[in-house]
Every structure is written in C-alpha cells, then in structure tokens.
Design a protein around this ligand. Structure first.
Ligand SMILES: Cc1cc2nc3c(=O)[nH]c(=O)nc-3n(C[C@H](O)[C@H](O)[C@H](O)COP(=O)(O)OP(=O)(O)OC[C@H]3O[C@@H](n4cnc5c(N)ncnc54)[C@H](O)[C@@H]3O)c2cc1C
Length: 456
C-alpha cells in the first residue's frame, strides 16, 4: 500500500492521533487533508469566532507537519467530492477519519464510505479520537444510552482507556498533491476582540500551565466567577487540538480532588456525546419532556434583545452576556445562569438561546451546547427540571464581592461590594447610573414559569 489520506475534522493535532498513526503504519506516503466543507457554512455553523480559531489551528497543524517533512493539504467544497478527488489524484487506497456523533457527521461518514467503495477504496473510522469513552460502549441494561449522568459516570470511570500515542517523527506527503491557501484569523470579520488563540501548540502550552498551577485548585475554585479558575481548554477540546484520552490520563496522574473534579467534567462531555449519538434529533427537538408553550423570538423580541445585549437589568446576567460577546467564551456557571434566565425567567424557547451561543462561542459544540441547554431548560437530562436559578442569589454566591460584574459592566464600576448585584436598591445613587431597570420582576418570571409548566 502506498498512499493513505487522513481527513482531519475536529481532531486538529499530531499528538495522540490514531487515524494518522494508522495511516503512517500502513502506507509509504500520507495526505493530511482538511476540507472547508461548504455544508458547514450552509448550515450556519462556521461562526466568525470558530472560523478565526480554526484558522490558527490549521496554520499550526501545517507548521507541525512541515517540521516533520510534510504539510497540510487544504481544499474547499463538498467534503465527499474533495476527498474522492484527492484520493484519485494520489491513487490512495485508504482514507482515515475520526468518528463523530452528530447527524451531520453520520451522514458524512455514510456518503464518504459509499463514494470511496465505489472507487475501490476503503474508509477507516477511528474511535477515541474526539472523546475518551466511545458512545454506546457503556449502556444501562434497558436502553442504548444513559439518560442520567451519575450511573453513567460510575460506568465511565471503570473503563480502561487506551494509552496516548506519541506524535509522528516524519510524515511524507506526495509532491504532486496541490493545496488551497491556509486561512488567517485576521481575514475573519466580526470575531470577538478578546478571542483566545488556537492551535495545538497553544493548546499544549495551556494544558501544561493548567496541570502545573490550575488543576489543584479546581475543586474549590470551579464556580468562582471572578477567579476564572477553570481550564479554558474547551475550544481545544472542540477542535481536537487536545486529546480527551490524554487529558484524562494526565489529570489522573496528577491526582487529588482537583483532578477528580476535572475528570468528572470531561465525563460530562462524553455523557452528552452518548446522548446525541443515540438521539441525533435532540440537537433541535426536546429530548425528554416536550414543551410547546415557550415564548418565541417574535413574541418576546424585546426581552431576547436585552438578553443578547447584556441589558436585562440583572448584573450577573449582563456581565456574562457581555463576556460572551467580548471573548467568545463564558464560564460554566455563567452559562447556567444566562440559560436559566432566558429559558425559565423569560420563558423563551431554549433553541433561541442555544442558537445565540452557537453564533458566538469559540467552543460552540452541538453535543455540549444543545444538551446543556436542554438540561437547563428542563427538557433534557436534569433530574430537577423545574428548578429556576435566581440571578441575585447566585450572583451573591458565586461573585460574592461583585468583582465579576464590575469587570464586565462598566456602568456599575462605581458600586462597591455585593450591592452591585441589586442596583435597584441603591437609592439616590441609582438615578445617575446608565443601567437598565430589570426586564422582568423575578417573582413575576417565576409565576409565569410555574403556570406554564402546570398547564403543560
Ligand atoms: C447552556 C450551556 C451551554 C454550553 N455550551 C457548551 C459548548 O457549546 N461547548 C462546550 O464545550 N461546552 C459547553 N458548555 C459546557 C461548559 O460550560 C463548558 O465546557 C465550560 O464552561 C468550558 O470551560 P473550561 O474549558 O474552562 O471548562 P472546565 O471547567 O475546565 O472543564 C474541562 C472540560 O470539561 C468539559 N465540560 C465542562 N463542563 C461541561 C459540561 N457541563 N458539559 C459538557 N462538558 C463539560 C469541557 O470540555 C471543558 O473544557 C455549556 C454549558 C451550558 C450550561
């Protein structure tokens, strides 16, 4: 066997990459290929922040391959047509690809297999590239997936993970195969000004720093909004510049309560993947409890706009929504609060919020985003679907001094301490603040939610 193609998708790395290793073991030459798939654009999934981060990742992958004597081949168009074209140009026998869970990924895999086999070539799909434990390998006796996290996590924790693979020493790419131009982040308009840098090297640098000085404090600091004490590795996991298998191994090796809490969060990532793999329609349809009384974007237009703009009059919600716009990223606790506020306090269809998150999040990920939104909205896997998070109580608990709010809401910078969470109580001082009144009273929001749920 002479040539194999490796189709990179959301696995943009050289460390611990089973498809690349298999291709190098089986062929003299390998084509590392990335296709800018026009179907992703047509589906509105290549939001500016992810496009900019992706540009960093592709450039870094290309640089890593060049250090090993190779290069990245980039094409644009229909992914199946482009892979077949490259395979034909290089007379490749095999194509290697990482498995993925969405309906889109399943369709891509089926189409690719059919088209390649029609030309006498083989498609190899590799597990444990984009997750640690493969969806469907741990199941309850009565179903094809777990709908509750705790028992899933018990089974997940007992799985033996494969050892991480070293990056290749050399990659030989056929000379004749042409490539399109690599994109740059600078050419992406409307990206967030505070967007993090992408690429495997950057991911590994962040990971090393995290293991050295973040992980130990994670169990205690994970919910501290101002402390910003989470790993911020989510975009690297989304684009696969870091391997989930390697992360679990390295965290476990570090040990301690911080590592345990961190590995648990990585298991949440796999949990949502096994739900979406079994129920791909849950990306847009209510997963467990159906609700059809949501306020739509049209009926709740002003409220939705206030939420998106960070002008709801609830400081912790507004701080979080402004952080999202500025960085393309948000702390998990802030995601819980803003999602609960939209879906429960404003009683707006969770899909409206999930779409906005996907438009801005650099880690915007179908499984994690849609299934977390459903969890918060009470249509998903939360065992307490009727809980409503109070933004004042939560603000005081997770931003006790108000530092997070003052960081993102300049109108409130002059308000000291926790009083910043309730600007309507400020008396005369309130009148001079250019800050909105609450879009809804919390008691009114709660009453609307309870009434709608009682009638559902
Ligand atoms: C409404 C809502 C929407 C979300 N949308 C996304 C999304 O589009 N993409 C995304 O990656 N995460 C999403 N999350 C999950 C979580 O908020 C982020 O993964 C986390 O905030 C990323 O920051 P971090 O890397 O510092 O996380 P850390 O706390 O350092 O956790 C490490 C990793 O574990 C995984 N993880 C952590 N929490 C969760 C969780 N609740 N569910 C699944 N995986 C988790 C992530 O891959 C994360 O990078 C969402 C959560 C909510 C409530």
């Amino acid at each position: 066997m002479n040539v194999s193609v490796v189709l990179f998708t959301c696995d943009l790395r050289l460390h611990d990459h089973p498809p690349l290793r298999a291709a190098l073991d089986g062929a003299r030459q390998v084509v590392p290929l990335f296709v800018r798939d026009r179907a992703v654009t047509a589906a509105g999934f290549d939001a500016p922040n992810r496009r900019a981060f992706l540009a960093d990742c592709l450039r870094d992958l290309d640089a890593g391959l060049r250090e090993r004597g190779g290069r990245l081949v980039v094409r644009s168009g229909d992914v199946v047509a482009e892979v077949c074209r490259v395979a034909a140009e290089t007379d490749a026998d095999e194509v290697h690809l990482a498995a993925d869970v969405s309906a889109f990924a399943h369709r891509r895999e089926r189409r690719l297999r059919r088209a390649l086999e029609a030309e006498g070539r083989r498609l190899h799909v590799h597990d444990t590239v984009t997750w640690a434990v493969t969806p469907g390998t741990v199941t309850p006796s009565s179903s094809d997936h777990f709908a509750v996290f705790t028992p899933y996590f018990r089974h997940w924790s007992r799985q033996r993970l494969r050892d991480p693979l070293a990056p290749p020493r050399a990659v030989r790419v056929p000379d004749a195969v042409g490539s399109g131009r690599l994109p740059t982040r600078e050419e992406v308009p409307e990206r967030s000004p505070g967007l993090a840098a992408g690429g495997e090297r950057e991911g590994r640098r962040r990971l090393a720093a995290w293991l050295r000085s973040g992980l130990a404090g994670y169990a205690d600091g994970q919910d501290d909004l101002a402390g910003d004490a989470t790993s911020r590795l989510s975009p690297h996991l989304h684009f696969g510049t870091l391997s989930p298998v390697e992360l679990v191994h390295r965290a476990r090796r570090a040990g301690g309560p911080g590592a345990e809490a961190f590995v648990r969060q990585l298991a949440w990532r796999d949990f949502h993947r096994q739900v979406l793999a079994a129920r791909p329609e849950a990306a847009s349809a209510d997963y467990r409890t159906k609700h059809d009384r949501w306020r739509s974007e049209d009926t709740a237009h002003a409220d939705v706009e206030a939420w998106r703009a960070g002008r709801t009059g609830y400081p912790v919600i507004d701080a979080a929504m402004r952080q999202l716009r500025h960085e393309g990223w948000m702390h998990n606790r802030a995601r819980l609060l803003t999602a609960s506020f939209l879906a429960k306090t404003l009683y707006v269809d969770w899909r409206v919020g999930a779409r906005h998150f996907l438009d801005l999040l650099v880690d915007g990920d179908l499984a994690n985003n849609q299934m977390n939104w459903q969890w918060v909205a009470g249509t998903g896997t939360d065992s307490r679907p009727n809980r409503v998070l109070n933004p004042v109580v939560q603000g005081r608990r997770y931003d006790p001094d108000g530092t997070y709010v003052r960081r993102w809401v300049p109108e409130l910078r002059g308000v000291p301490g926790p009083a910043v969470h309730e600007p309507w109580k400020l008396g005369r001082e309130r009148a001079v603040l250019d800050y909105p009144e609450p879009v809804v009273g919390l008691a009114d929001g709660l009453a609307r939610f309870r009434e709608a749920r009682a009638r559902a």
